[in-house]
Design a protein around this ligand. Structure first.
Ligand code: ZN
Length: 168
């Protein structure tokens, strides 16, 4: 009986030590196993954009009639949806998708879980500081105004332009 109580008392200490060591590591050796939590309200399982008249949402999809490739992955997200931190993140400034400005030309640079990535087409609440997993980081901009009939989405792009699909 005394042993059981002692073990129970030890559990919180073990858990907090584990969390501390995770946060102290700048890069996670198991980053291939990191999975994004929900990015947008209304899409708790991070459903990916399929294909619509503007193209497909997968990484490497054709753009501009084959002149370039889609360097990110599109996750379904309604215009005006709340955008969440997919895990504990550090905000690393604004990301601007287009050279020519339009109504959805805004986004965020983020780091977390050893990953460096960008989110496009969202209005950030702020562009510096830290946000816990599931915390609000912004709002999806009015994509239907720029691309009527498109599957509204948030664009996830790794800083090194590698394929983010394995993290979903
Ligand atoms: Zn995209």
């Amino acid at each position: 009986m005394k042993t059981a109580i002692l073990l129970l008392a030890l559990i919180p200490a073990v858990l907090s030590t584990d969390q501390l060591s995770r946060h102290e590591e700048p890069f996670n050796a198991d980053s291939a196993l990191v999975k994004f939590g929900a990015l947008c309200s209304g899409n708790p399982s991070n459903t990916k954009r399929g294909c619509d008249k503007y193209g497909c949402g997968k990484y490497g999809a054709s753009r501009d009639g084959g002149k370039r490739k889609h360097m990110g992955l599109d996750i379904v997200c309604s215009d005006g949806a709340t955008v969440y931190a997919p895990f504990d993140v550090t905000l690393n400034g604004r990301a601007i998708p287009y050279k020519k400005d339009n109504a959805i030309n805004n986004g965020l640079n983020l780091k977390g879980e050893g990953l460096c990535f960008k989110l496009f087409y969202m209005k950030p609440d702020k562009v510096t500081g830290k946000v816990k997993k599931g915390g609000k980081i912004g709002t999806l901009l009015p994509m239907q105004k720029v691309y009527p009939g498109i599957t509204s989405h948030i664009h996830v792009q790794m800083c090194d332009k590698s394929d983010p699909t394995k993290y979903f």
